[in-house]
Ligand binder design. Sequence first.
Ligand code: FES
Length: 157
Amino acid sequence: MAVLIDNTDDEEVRRICAAHGDRPDALLEILHELQAARGWLTDDALRAVAHILNISRAEIHGVVSFYHDYRRAPPPRFVVKICRAEACQAVGSEELAKHAEATLEQGDDAAVEAVYCLGNCALGPAVMIDDTLYGRVDRVKFDALCKKYASGKEHAS
Ligand code: FES
């Protein structure tokens, strides 16, 4: 008896693809929904999508690697955006960014990104952690905020 091997035993992938009629031209939407559901795109999930949509894995990998919004690894626990624009630079954002890169690489599972104006120029250095904006962030405040986010007590004031 032949055994049919397929990668479509992932119920969630099948449901998301079916919601788009299993159409290859809906690949971007399917990948976005899959990532929203799981946080990132695994090899197994991409194989399943390729099988269901009847497209090559190379085609999917081309799409995923072209668009930087798709994550191929688990997302960081929190994302820190430090404003590097002029008003914040004048009050110490460069030093704060160096401090962040030196301290957060020690395993807080955080990503540090540079941004250029968070619309909080009068209260620099401005920092956004996930979706929350903070002003006048010095090293002490930064460390305290990151400690709370790393511990899961998000959106601390
Ligand atoms: S320059 Fe930093 S918030 Fe505008």
